[in-house]
Design a binder for this molecule. Structure first.
Ligand code: ADP
Length: 590
């Protein structure tokens, strides 16, 4: 169930990810407190060096005081380094866990979810949103804590050192801080704009490079370069605006802070001359004032980070709280060795992204174990939908689908899908070796089994001719293979899986007759002893089928053998005339 997370609840989604790393957190906070204490002790050590050290005028005591000063600096250095290391590590570890959890969750969400959410946006949640959280956990949060501690400590010590000057500072602070905060906000807004423009340039470049064939085929290089140029110029303009504001901010900060310090120094110096205060005390006071001012500055800087990370946590929390609509029961029915009997019983279904429009209506189909079924029908008839429902990518609104007598909703998803081998119309080739790609069908297959599957899929010959044989990298989306070769890899993958049911979406594009012949042979082997449901685009396939199911607009309109259906005339005869006309000659030879 989707919960609409409120802000505190959004941060609470992070808690389970923080918990396993609480030891690191404790270490980091301890180092942070020590470092803050050392920073606050520095001005005190400084004062002692000035007042007592110089006054005593004996080198021995000067040595002692300087040694003390150095010791404080050493503690500060070590504690700061440890704080940095532990805090950063904490942020990195938490976010590594978070990324894995979000990705795993995304993989499990149903296709309906993925159809209504853009991949690009999900990817940005996985990278940008988690990165924001990492910034906060791994640095901003510690900066904020340290600054808050120092501000508190410095303020108290200011009052102790000189209540009168402290009161004066309290009066001056708002005049210093207000302009800085205001400027800071504008700088932040402008940097966000600048980030967005930069993201635009990568979007333009990414889109164009992915479609480079089309770009070059239309000779649109100059046009695309100009489009990118415009995006770059927009990013540049945003960067210039941000930089200008930032420069102005720097000048303002320096002027205001030094002005305030000069004012305090001036008043302090008069107090020293009048004898109300020692030189060391004044020095100590000024240092505390600088620390306090610096802390306020960094607090205002990290506040924006914290806000953005809260937004990011909110979005990730929503995502993690989204449940898949396709879920297995707590106690799934285990399938036996099973024969691959399939029953569709009065199934009606509409896609989640198009409710109200039925893709299948009252669909009834019983398939015997080992039977070969060919689905034919015009585009949009619902053939692909039948395969998608069998894979339980979606659940039907009415009726039931059973495998070996068990409703699909009673089965564990992995159990169900291990019974089904899918050969899609456009096979997916991953960036990896030939071995990796075929092994996807069954991860524990041995190299010998993979080669056997490739042989049976008529793929061995062309694989052996590749530069590194089975170890050849296929490149992104199998760019180095022809369409027919990709199909045979997909067939080998299905052969390897040993699933009793084969779901095949035949390629529509015509191949040369040699490839066609090889693929038909490979398919013949793949279909042996398997219950098969084929979306048929080839005459050879329908001739071979035990039963042809003719579909139109989500209904079965006729069924039978090729000859019987031809004799009936109607939709099938029409389809056969149009669809199988050009492949008929080649296929008839088989
Ligand atoms: P076929 O495979 O026979 O060409 P499909 O099963 O793909 O037909 O489609 C059946 C109907 O369902 C069509 O009207 C199609 O537009 C619709 N459809 C298919 N996939 C989706 C989807 N993911 N979301 C919404 N509608 C879909």
């Amino acid at each position: 169930m989707k919960t609409s997370a409120t802000r505190p609840a959004a941060l609470a989604t992070l808690l389970p990810f923080l918990k396993p790393h609480r030891r690191l957190l404790v270490l980091a906070v301890s180092a942070l407190v020590i470092a803050a204490a050392a920073t606050l002790a520095l001005p005190l050590a400084f004062r002692l060096v000035i007042d007592a050290g110089f006054a005593a005028a004996s080198t021995a005591s000067i040595d002692r005081y300087f040694l003390g000063l150095f010791a404080v600096a050493l503690i500060l250095a070590v504690a700061t380094a440890l704080r940095f290391y532990w805090v950063t590590l904490f942020g990195e570890r938490v976010v590594a866990d978070l990324r894995q959890a979000v990705y795993r969750h995304l993989l499990g969400l149903d296709l309906g979810f993925h159809e209504t959410n853009r991949t690009g946006e999900l990817l940005s949640r996985l990278t940008t949103d988690t990165e924001l959280i990492q910034t906060v956990l791994g640095s901003s949060a510690s900066v904020a804590l340290r600054s808050a501690l120092m501000l508190l400590g410095a303020s108290v010590l200011l009052v102790i050192t000189s209540p009168r000057l402290a009161a004066l500072i309290a009066l001056v602070i708002p005049f210093v801080v207000a302009p800085i905060v205001l400027f800071g906000r504008r700088v932040r807004r402008l940097s966000r704009q600048s980030q967005d423009r930069i993201a635009d340039t990568s979007a333009v470049a990414g889109e164009t490079l992915a479609a480079l064939r089309t770009v070059q085929a239309h000779a649109r290089e100059a046009y695309e370069a100009e489009r990118f140029g415009a995006a770059v110029l927009a990013a540049l303009a945003a960067a210039v605006r941000r930089t200008r504001m930032r420069a102005l901010l720097t000048a303002t900060v320096i002027l205001l802070v030094f002005g305030a310090i000069a004012l305090v120094l001036w008043l302090g110096a008069r107090a020293v001359i009048a004898g109300g205060m020692s030189g060391g005390e004044l020095g100590q006071f000024v240092l505390y004032a600088v620390i306090a001012a610096g802390s306020i500055g960094s607090l205002s800087e990290v506040w924006g980070d914290v806000q953005r990370a809260t937004g990011a946590a909110e979005r990730l929390g929503e995502l993690l709280a989204t449940d898949s609509r396709i879920r297995a029961p707590e106690q799934p029915v285990r399938l036996g060795p099973g024969s691959g009997r399939i029953e569709f019983d009065r199934v009606s279904f509409s896609y989640p992204s198009r409710p109200g429009v039925n893709a299948l209506t009252d669909f009834d189909l019983h398939i015997r174990p080992g039977e070969h079924i060919a689905l034919v029908g015009p585009s949009g008839a619902g053939k692909t939908t039948v395969l998608q429902l069998l894979l339980r990518f979606y659940d039907p609104q009415q009726g039931s689908i059973r495998l070996d007598g068990v409703d699909l909703r009673q089965l564990a998803l992995s159990d169900l899908r291990s019974r089904l081998a899918l050969v899609p119309q456009q096979p997916v080739i991953f960036a990896g070796t030939v071995y990796d790609n075929i092994r996807y069908g069954r991860l524990d297959a041995s190299p010998a089994e993979i080669r056997a599957a490739a042989r049976a899929a008529e793929a061995h010959e062309f694989i052996a001719a590749l530069p590194d044989g089975y170890d050849t990298h296929l490149g992104e989306r199998g760019a180095r293979l022809s369409g027919g070769q990709q199909q045979r890899i997909a067939i080998a993958r299905a052969l390897l899986s040993r699933a009793p049911v084969l779901l095949l979406d035949e390629a529509t594009s015509a191949l040369d007759s040699h490839s066609e012949h090889l693929i038909q042979q490979a398919l013949q082997r793949l279909m042996e002893n398997r219950t098969t449901v084929v979306i048929a685009h080839r005459l050879a396939t329908v001739l071979r089928a035990d039963r042809i199911i003719v579909m139109d607009r989500g209904h079965i309109v006729a069924e039978g053998s090729h000859a019987a259906l031809l004799a009936q005339g109607g939709l099938y005869a029409e389809l056969a005339r149009l669809q199988f006309a050009d492949t008929g000659a080649g296929a008839a030879r088989l």
